[in-house]
Design a protein around this ligand. Structure first.
Ligand code: BG6
Ligand code: MG
Length: 222
Protein backbone atom coordinates (compact mmCIF):
# COMPACT_ATOMS: atom_id res chain seq x y z
CA UNK A 1 0.00 0.00 0.00
CA UNK A 2 1.28 3.43 -0.93
CA UNK A 3 2.38 5.44 2.12
CA UNK A 4 5.03 7.84 0.86
CA UNK A 5 6.56 9.72 -2.05
CA UNK A 6 10.28 10.45 -2.47
CA UNK A 7 11.50 13.24 -4.73
CA UNK A 8 14.68 14.27 -6.41
CA UNK A 9 14.87 18.08 -6.49
CA UNK A 10 16.86 19.43 -9.46
CA UNK A 11 14.84 18.77 -12.63
CA UNK A 12 11.88 17.28 -10.75
CA UNK A 13 10.55 19.97 -8.40
CA UNK A 14 12.27 22.88 -10.10
CA UNK A 15 14.39 23.37 -13.19
CA UNK A 16 17.59 24.24 -11.34
CA UNK A 17 19.45 21.95 -13.78
CA UNK A 18 19.67 24.97 -16.11
CA UNK A 19 21.44 27.01 -13.41
CA UNK A 20 23.84 24.13 -12.68
CA UNK A 21 24.71 23.96 -16.39
CA UNK A 22 25.17 27.74 -16.74
CA UNK A 23 27.46 27.90 -13.68
CA UNK A 24 29.52 24.93 -14.97
CA UNK A 25 29.70 26.43 -18.48
CA UNK A 26 31.05 29.73 -17.08
CA UNK A 27 33.63 27.95 -14.93
CA UNK A 28 34.65 25.62 -17.80
CA UNK A 29 35.12 28.60 -20.11
CA UNK A 30 37.53 30.18 -17.61
CA UNK A 31 39.75 27.09 -17.81
CA UNK A 32 39.50 26.78 -21.59
CA UNK A 33 36.72 24.20 -21.94
CA UNK A 34 33.73 24.95 -24.16
CA UNK A 35 30.83 23.02 -22.66
CA UNK A 36 27.88 22.49 -25.05
CA UNK A 37 24.23 22.79 -23.91
CA UNK A 38 23.83 19.05 -24.51
CA UNK A 39 26.29 18.39 -21.66
CA UNK A 40 23.55 19.41 -19.21
CA UNK A 41 21.94 15.97 -19.43
CA UNK A 42 25.20 14.26 -18.48
CA UNK A 43 25.41 16.38 -15.31
CA UNK A 44 21.93 15.50 -14.06
CA UNK A 45 22.03 13.72 -10.72
CA UNK A 46 25.83 13.69 -10.38
CA UNK A 47 27.46 15.10 -7.25
CA UNK A 48 29.35 18.39 -7.48
CA UNK A 49 32.80 16.74 -7.58
CA UNK A 50 31.68 13.99 -10.00
CA UNK A 51 30.33 16.73 -12.28
CA UNK A 52 33.68 18.55 -12.21
CA UNK A 53 35.52 15.30 -13.00
CA UNK A 54 33.49 14.57 -16.14
CA UNK A 55 33.89 18.19 -17.29
CA UNK A 56 37.68 18.02 -16.87
CA UNK A 57 37.75 14.67 -18.69
CA UNK A 58 35.68 16.16 -21.53
CA UNK A 59 38.29 18.95 -21.83
CA UNK A 60 41.21 16.47 -21.46
CA UNK A 61 42.31 18.33 -18.34
CA UNK A 62 41.65 15.66 -15.71
CA UNK A 63 45.34 15.50 -14.77
CA UNK A 64 45.96 19.26 -14.77
CA UNK A 65 44.71 20.02 -11.25
CA UNK A 66 45.49 18.91 -7.70
CA UNK A 67 42.63 17.84 -5.42
CA UNK A 68 42.88 21.20 -3.65
CA UNK A 69 42.62 23.09 -6.94
CA UNK A 70 39.63 20.95 -7.97
CA UNK A 71 37.89 21.80 -4.72
CA UNK A 72 38.54 25.51 -5.35
CA UNK A 73 37.04 25.19 -8.86
CA UNK A 74 33.95 23.41 -7.49
CA UNK A 75 33.58 26.10 -4.79
CA UNK A 76 33.74 28.83 -7.44
CA UNK A 77 31.02 27.13 -9.47
CA UNK A 78 28.93 26.78 -6.33
CA UNK A 79 29.23 30.50 -5.49
CA UNK A 80 27.88 31.38 -8.95
CA UNK A 81 25.13 28.74 -8.64
CA UNK A 82 24.02 30.08 -5.24
CA UNK A 83 23.74 33.61 -6.68
CA UNK A 84 21.37 32.30 -9.37
CA UNK A 85 19.35 30.15 -6.98
CA UNK A 86 18.86 33.02 -4.54
CA UNK A 87 16.70 34.69 -7.18
CA UNK A 88 14.30 31.74 -7.33
CA UNK A 89 10.75 32.05 -6.03
CA UNK A 90 7.75 29.72 -5.81
CA UNK A 91 7.01 30.69 -9.43
CA UNK A 92 9.98 28.44 -10.29
CA UNK A 93 8.23 25.28 -9.10
CA UNK A 94 7.70 23.08 -12.18
CA UNK A 95 4.11 22.79 -13.56
CA UNK A 96 1.72 20.57 -11.55
CA UNK A 97 4.38 19.80 -8.94
CA UNK A 98 2.95 22.02 -6.18
CA UNK A 99 -0.52 20.49 -6.80
CA UNK A 100 0.87 16.97 -6.67
CA UNK A 101 2.73 17.64 -3.39
CA UNK A 102 -0.34 19.18 -1.77
CA UNK A 103 -2.61 16.39 -3.07
CA UNK A 104 -0.25 13.76 -1.65
CA UNK A 105 -0.11 15.54 1.69
CA UNK A 106 -3.94 15.78 1.81
CA UNK A 107 -4.09 12.00 1.19
CA UNK A 108 -1.88 11.46 4.24
CA UNK A 109 1.18 10.37 2.26
CA UNK A 110 4.61 11.09 3.76
CA UNK A 111 7.05 13.11 1.64
CA UNK A 112 10.83 12.89 1.52
CA UNK A 113 13.56 14.59 -0.48
CA UNK A 114 16.41 12.54 -1.97
CA UNK A 115 18.56 15.20 -3.63
CA UNK A 116 22.32 14.99 -4.10
CA UNK A 117 22.45 18.77 -3.79
CA UNK A 118 23.94 20.37 -0.71
CA UNK A 119 21.95 23.46 -1.74
CA UNK A 120 18.59 21.65 -1.42
CA UNK A 121 17.61 23.41 1.87
CA UNK A 122 18.20 26.82 0.25
CA UNK A 123 16.16 25.90 -2.84
CA UNK A 124 13.26 24.46 -0.81
CA UNK A 125 13.26 27.69 1.19
CA UNK A 126 13.21 29.84 -1.97
CA UNK A 127 10.31 27.75 -3.35
CA UNK A 128 8.46 27.95 0.02
CA UNK A 129 8.16 24.17 0.12
CA UNK A 130 10.30 23.28 3.12
CA UNK A 131 7.34 22.67 5.49
CA UNK A 132 5.79 20.04 3.19
CA UNK A 133 8.58 17.50 3.58
CA UNK A 134 8.63 15.03 6.46
CA UNK A 135 12.25 14.04 5.81
CA UNK A 136 15.28 15.12 3.80
CA UNK A 137 18.42 13.09 3.19
CA UNK A 138 21.56 15.09 3.97
CA UNK A 139 23.87 14.21 1.05
CA UNK A 140 26.92 15.01 3.20
CA UNK A 141 26.13 11.86 5.23
CA UNK A 142 26.17 9.50 2.21
CA UNK A 143 29.04 7.23 1.18
CA UNK A 144 27.94 6.87 -2.44
CA UNK A 145 26.28 9.11 -5.03
CA UNK A 146 23.54 8.14 -7.50
CA UNK A 147 23.31 5.60 -9.23
CA UNK A 148 24.09 3.84 -5.93
CA UNK A 149 20.79 3.11 -4.10
CA UNK A 150 21.99 4.57 -0.77
CA UNK A 151 20.14 7.91 -1.04
CA UNK A 152 16.74 6.37 -1.89
CA UNK A 153 17.11 3.65 0.76
CA UNK A 154 17.97 6.34 3.33
CA UNK A 155 14.96 8.48 2.35
CA UNK A 156 12.63 5.48 2.69
CA UNK A 157 14.13 4.62 6.08
CA UNK A 158 13.77 8.21 7.30
CA UNK A 159 10.06 7.92 6.48
CA UNK A 160 9.93 4.58 8.34
CA UNK A 161 8.50 2.81 5.27
CA UNK A 162 9.14 -0.35 3.24
CA UNK A 163 10.33 -0.30 -0.36
CA UNK A 164 6.92 -1.43 -1.69
CA UNK A 165 5.22 1.45 0.15
CA UNK A 166 6.92 4.31 -1.70
CA UNK A 167 7.02 5.87 -5.17
CA UNK A 168 10.16 7.83 -6.13
CA UNK A 169 10.48 10.57 -8.76
CA UNK A 170 13.57 11.30 -10.91
CA UNK A 171 14.69 13.15 -14.04
CA UNK A 172 18.16 11.57 -14.33
CA UNK A 173 19.18 8.13 -15.62
CA UNK A 174 21.57 7.84 -12.63
CA UNK A 175 18.63 8.61 -10.34
CA UNK A 176 16.30 6.04 -11.95
CA UNK A 177 19.05 3.42 -11.54
CA UNK A 178 19.41 4.43 -7.89
CA UNK A 179 15.64 4.03 -7.27
CA UNK A 180 15.47 0.66 -9.02
CA UNK A 181 18.56 -0.62 -7.17
CA UNK A 182 16.72 0.37 -3.95
CA UNK A 183 13.83 -1.86 -5.12
CA UNK A 184 11.35 1.03 -5.30
CA UNK A 185 8.78 2.05 -7.95
CA UNK A 186 10.34 4.71 -10.20
CA UNK A 187 8.56 7.57 -11.94
CA UNK A 188 10.82 9.07 -14.63
CA UNK A 189 10.29 12.64 -15.81
CA UNK A 190 11.85 13.28 -19.22
CA UNK A 191 12.86 11.38 -22.34
CA UNK A 192 11.53 7.76 -22.22
CA UNK A 193 14.59 6.46 -24.10
CA UNK A 194 17.00 8.09 -21.66
CA UNK A 195 14.93 7.06 -18.61
CA UNK A 196 14.26 3.48 -19.68
CA UNK A 197 14.14 1.32 -16.60
CA UNK A 198 11.62 3.56 -14.84
CA UNK A 199 8.23 1.94 -14.08
CA UNK A 200 6.24 4.94 -15.29
CA UNK A 201 7.47 7.80 -17.48
CA UNK A 202 6.07 11.23 -18.30
CA UNK A 203 7.64 13.71 -20.73
CA UNK A 204 7.33 16.60 -18.27
CA UNK A 205 5.82 17.40 -14.88
CA UNK A 206 2.74 18.86 -16.67
CA UNK A 207 1.69 15.27 -17.41
CA UNK A 208 1.87 14.09 -13.80
CA UNK A 209 -1.36 12.57 -12.47
CA UNK A 210 -1.05 11.10 -8.98
CA UNK A 211 -4.21 8.93 -9.24
CA UNK A 212 -2.95 7.39 -12.50
CA UNK A 213 0.54 6.78 -11.08
CA UNK A 214 -1.04 5.08 -8.04
CA UNK A 215 -3.13 2.88 -10.34
CA UNK A 216 -0.01 1.69 -12.20
CA UNK A 217 1.85 1.25 -8.87
CA UNK A 218 -0.95 -1.03 -7.58
CA UNK A 219 -1.19 -2.91 -10.87
CA UNK A 220 2.52 -3.69 -10.56
CA UNK A 221 1.65 -5.66 -7.41
CA UNK A 222 2.41 -3.10 -4.72
C1 BG6 B 1 21.90 17.18 -8.23
C2 BG6 B 1 22.04 17.83 -9.60
O1 BG6 B 1 20.58 17.30 -7.79
O2 BG6 B 1 22.75 17.85 -7.29
C3 BG6 B 1 23.49 17.84 -10.04
O3 BG6 B 1 21.26 17.09 -10.52
C4 BG6 B 1 24.34 18.51 -8.96
O4 BG6 B 1 23.60 18.52 -11.27
C5 BG6 B 1 24.14 17.81 -7.63
O5 BG6 B 1 25.73 18.44 -9.31
C6 BG6 B 1 24.94 18.45 -6.50
O6 BG6 B 1 24.45 19.74 -6.27
P1 BG6 B 1 25.17 20.85 -5.39
O7 BG6 B 1 24.11 21.93 -5.30
O8 BG6 B 1 25.47 20.23 -4.05
O9 BG6 B 1 26.39 21.27 -6.09
MG1 MG C 1 17.54 15.66 -10.89
Amino acid sequence: MLKGLIFDLDGVITDSAVYHLKAWQDLAKEIGIDLPESFGDKLRGLSRMDSLEIILEYGHKENDYTQEEKEALAAKKNDAYIKAVQKMTKADILPKMADLLHEAKAQGLKLALASASKNAPLILHQLELEDLFDARVDPATLKHGKPDPEIYIRAQELLGLEKNEVISFEDAPAGVKSIKAAGQFAVGIGDPVVLKGADYIVGSTSALDLAEIERVFKKAGN
